[in-house]
Design a protein around this ligand. Structure first.
Ligand code: NAP
Length: 249
């Protein structure tokens, strides 16, 4: 490799892991980018920039101004806007782009999953499956459930969720990883009868699904948005490093 400047779009554990691995490569310089949503983010190793780029055009300029040789989009599987921006900006600048996405969770025979396309669909389904819901969808889109008057919600997020919130609720601020035993106790303690989750994948937050399976609690699972057409993708940090090695001469 020869002096390769790589932009890692971050905000995930995989992005931090990737930045650490790339920092050990002699001819690679990495800049990690965070959206700036979380006041106290876990920072990746090395150079970090924070804040939006100003859409696809802004990112296009940023790639040119900073002589970026490759982009690895290691954002969360549900961060669809930045992934779309990255695809456009990479196409305009002819900078190679890889999307690093951890594999989705897969349903088990013992699970009772109800798969929906989006959070609106999850909100419609929730009162048909339970009265005490565990909402583990992050903090940004809780408003989709705000009109549900007949359901009590345990809302877990890293930082306080945005308004409007459902009327009957308790907010629990916590950051994973979570254990199966802890999740079983949480579901039991709050008498949860339905879990709402995005199919984020990964080990840090999978314990809630194991707990739901053990307790026979149904799960409303929101599917991931599709990747932009024609974009290369990888499932692991090792694959991403191999891709970079192949694309940086
Ligand atoms: P999003 O809807 O795709 O992004 C919204 C806007 O935020 C983007 O258009 C972009 O602004 C900016 N942005 C997003 N990620 C960025 C990054 N890594 N660096 C610089 N700007 C970024 O994403 P989101 O769902 O709001 O998620 C925001 C961040 O939180 C992502 O980095 C993601 O990895 C992380 N995250 C998201 C979730 C989730 O469930 N969505 C969960 C865990 C972590 P401009 O258009 O101005 O460039």
């Amino acid at each position: 490799m020869t002096n390769c400047r790589v932009l890692v779009l971050g905000g995930t554990g995989e992005a931090r892991e990737l930045a650490s691995v790339l920092a050990t490569l002699p001819d690679v310089s990495v800049v990690s980018s965070l959206a700036g949503r979380i006041a106290t983010p876990r920072l990746p190793e090395g150079e970090v920039r924070v804040g939006g780029f100003g859409g696809a055009d802004g990112l296009t300029h940023w790639l040119r101004d900073n002589a970026v040789a490759a982009v690895i989009d290691a954002t969360h599987p549900f961060a669809a806007r930045i992934t779309t921006s990255a695809a456009h900006a990479a196409a305009h600048t002819h900078v190679p782009l890889l999307v690093l996405r951890r594999p989705a969770w897969v349903v088990d025979d013992a699970d009772d999953w109800h798969v929906v396309a989006d959070l609106g669909g999850a909100a419609v389904l929730t009162p048909t499956l339970g009265q005490r819901a565990f909402l583990t969808i992050g903090r940004q889109e809780v408003a989709a459930f705000s009109a549900l008057e007949d359901v009590w919600f345990l809302i877990r997020a890293i930082e306080a969720p945005g308004e409007p919130l459902p009327r009957h609720r308790q907010v629990l601020l916590a950051r994973g990883p979570f254990t199966v035993q802890g999740e079983v106790e949480l579901l039991r303690h709050h008498r949860i009868d339905v879990v709402v989750s995005k199919n984020s994948g990964g080990p840090a937050t999978v314990a809630k699904l194991t707990a739901a399976r053990r307790l026979g609690v149904p799960v409303i699972m929101v599917e991931r948005p599709p990747l932009p057409a024609g974009v290369a993708s990888a499932g692991t940090v090792d694959e991403a490093v191999s891709w970079l090695t192949a694309h940086s001469g």
